[in-house]
Design a binder for this molecule. Structure first.
Ligand SMILES: NC(=O)c1ccc[n+]([C@@H]2O[C@H](COP(=O)([O-])OP(=O)(O)OC[C@H]3O[C@@H](n4cnc5c(N)ncnc54)[C@H](OP(=O)(O)O)[C@@H]3O)[C@@H](O)[C@H]2O)c1
Length: 264
């Protein structure tokens, strides 16, 4: 087996979907375990992967292991698998707050570790994952992990102290963007637009604006200024957003998110 996932919820399913769709590994080269039999039945039906209720079997059979359970279950799972993890295996983690030092201590022996923070847009192949790694991971292993992460979006290597910032800027930020889209649609509905159409306009405007930032390389402020004609409609909205504290609201919210991540 090429890769194994311990825990088959939202994030594991998104990652596996990307891996299979991009043809990186075949479904039969992927093994997953979960605490719930129903989740495994669903994984087998939807993804066609090999399943087991035994977390240790995943480690015994897979070359790369992804720990895709919630952070509170990391300790239990690591306790179950630490004696079966082999020197040459690569362990990928996706839980906020579980540092390389914490992982090292709980495995109690040298293990090749890549700590990742993905996000849910991985479900539609548009994820971004921040990663850091320990010294045992070779360049070839990083390259292989990179192919996995690129199969559902893209990735960036960051120093470990920035992993909590990755949590707020991309791990959690889809939630703030969904709130923005919801609010934009609510305003459009309030001004008479049917709701389904309002979501389409709002979501596509966010998607297109994000693409403009990524593809033009222009400063977001310059792109904003391009929409604001003198004495026009947009600058009126910008004036009210500044008055209501949109920017400082976002900055404060994200700083709270980073602080929470550091406390986990
Ligand atoms: N969702 C996000 O936006 C996001 C973003 C970045 C990182 N992450 C991280 O990704 C990880 C997974 O998150 P998720 O949203 O995919 O969670 P999830 O949907 O709850 O999936 C976790 C799965 O693991 C199973 N599980 C629990 N204990 C287990 C055990 N001892 N052995 C095997 N399987 C077990 C759960 O089963 P039950 O249903 O029976 O509990 C569940 O199916 C978390 O560490 C999370 O912090 C999530």
């Amino acid at each position: 087996m090429k890769i194994g996932f311990i825990g088959c919820g939202n994030m594991a399913s998104a990652m596996i979907g990307g891996i299979i769709n991009k043809g990186l590994y075949k479904a039969e080269e992927i093994i997953v375990s979960d605490a719930l039999e129903e989740s495994l039945v669903r994984a087998k039906e939807n993804l066609g992967v090999v399943t087991t209720l035994d977390n240790k079997e995943v480690v015994e059979k897979a070359e790369i292991i992804v720990l895709s359970v919630k952070p509170q279950f990391y300790e239990i799972v690591i306790d179950q698998i630490k004696n079966v993890v082999k020197d040459e295996q690569l362990v990928i983690t996706i839980a906020p707050g579980k540092t390389l030092g914490w992982l090292d201590e709980h495995f109690g022996k040298p293990v090749k570790l890549i700590r990742c923070m993905p996000n849910t847009p991985a479900l539609v192949g548009e994820g971004i994952t921040g990663i850091c790694l320990n010294k045992l991971v070779t360049d070839a292993e990083l390259e292989e992990a990179g192919k996995i992460l690129n199969s559902f979006g893209s990735y960036e290597v960051v120093p470990e102290h920035l992993m909590d910032v990755v949590v707020s800027v991309s791990g959690s930020s889809p939630a703030y963007v969904f709130m923005l889209i919801e609010a934009m649609a609510d305003a459009a509905v309030s001004d008479g637009m049917p709701r389904a159409q309002a979501y389409k306009f709002a979501a596509q405007a966010v998607l297109g604006s994000a693409k403009m930032v990524l593809e033009t390389g222009k400063h977001p402020g310059e792109l904003k200024d391009m929409v604001c004609s003198p004495g026009g409609t947009t600058i009126e909205a910008v004036r009210v957003l500044e008055e209501k504290g949109l920017r400082s609201g976002i900055i404060e919210a994200m700083k709270a998110c980073t602080v929470k991540s550091r406390s986990l």
